[in-house]
Design a binder for this molecule. Structure first.
Ligand code: SF4
Length: 308
């Protein structure tokens, strides 16, 4: 095991993604934020856009907890999965003096599960704990030839495999290895530092077959009502964009068709159709197009903007 740990670390030293900003900070709030953002969003988008912009607006946990939820949702706009932003905000309100420093306490906070708690403890606090994300799980399943294995067993393997002398570098190395070498398709075993002991390398893809993602196709119809140059928006009550501002839903109309576009959101493939409406009943927030960027508006609604 000692030899494998050594090879893994030396691979990481040479090939690891050391330049990622959340790997060069001692602020656990930054580590926590990056982990939440990275859950459903590509590394490059988080690194180049959302992470620096969000930190510029909310530089500390305290600033985040003090901010109105609408401001947090507006800063999150475009990242999707808005529950993450709400949980971040709720956690910040509960922990203004700092995040707890144990797995057990972290997991009591909104939106922090096994993975995020471990990542905070390991990457933010250098604690000797296993971390299992999809990349690490893939490496471990192949390395130990684990077929149809429950997550609990993969976590146990991860725990046994941790390099207790360098847990942070070890887990980051496994993560990068999964992302760059032990990829879902065509893993590059020739370049892998774990090659020698890997029990699954002959049929690597067999150990990580995944079900094809299933999508739900939906048609959505929205009304565009403009008064004094401002667009009517309502607070969404459905789960898809809960608490975000969206265009009001309407029944499909025979006339006043403005345009249509496709949009993907989580498991939904949406076919969106927009209609100009002359009158509306109910409570609405009216915003000018310029105000869209600073309001909690869904990316779907922003996309619709080009039609009005
Ligand atoms: S040897 Fe191949 S299958 Fe095994 S961990 Fe390395 S890249 Fe993955």
């Amino acid at each position: 095991m000692k030899q494998i740990h050594k090879q893994l670390l030396s691979w990481y030293k040479e090939h690891g993604r050391h330049q990622l900003p959340w790997r060069n900070t001692e602020e656990i709030y930054h580590v926590y934020l990056s982990e939440i953002m990275l859950q459903q969003t590509q590394v490059n988008r988080v690194r180049d856009e959302y992470y620096p912009q969000f930190l510029a607006k909310f530089p500390s946990l305290e600033a985040l907890g003090d901010a109105p939820l609408d401001d947090v949702l507006a800063a999150w706009s475009g990242l999707g999965y808005y529950r993450r932003a709400k949980n971040l905000h709720a956690t910040a309100q509960l922990t203004k003096n700092g995040l707890p420093q144990s797995l057990k306490e972290l997991k009591k906070l909104p939106g922090i599960g096994d993975y995020t708690a471990s990542a905070i403890c390991c990457f933010g606090l250098e604690q000797d704990v296993p971390v299992v994300d999809t990349n690490i799980a893939r490496v471990l399943k192949r390395y130990y030839a684990l077929l149809n294995t429950p997550d609990k067993i993969v976590w146990e393997k991860a725990e046994n495999f941790v390099n207790t002398k360098a847990p942070r570098a070890h887990n980051l190395a496994l993560m990068d290895l999964g992302s760059m070498v032990c990829t879902p398709k065509n893993p590059n075993c020739q370049e892998c530092p774990l090659q020698k002991g890997c029990q699954g390398k002959e049929e690597a893809e067999l150990y990580t077959q995944t079900k094809k993602k299933e999508y739900i196709a939906m048609e959505l119809f929205f009304g565009v009502y403009i008064k004094d140059g401002k667009v009517a928006l309502e607070l969404s009550s459905d789960n898809m964009y809960k608490e975000m501002l969206v265009l009001p839903k309407v029944e499909p109309l025979e006339e006043n068709f403005l345009g249509s576009f496709k949009h993907s959101y989580t498991k939904y493939k949406l076919d969106v159709k927009l209609y100009k409406v002359e009158e509306l009943e109910g409570d609405f927030t009216f915003l000018s197009p310029d105000e869209f960027s600073s309001a909690p508006i869904s990316s779907l609604t922003k996309k619709a903007q080009k039609f009005f």
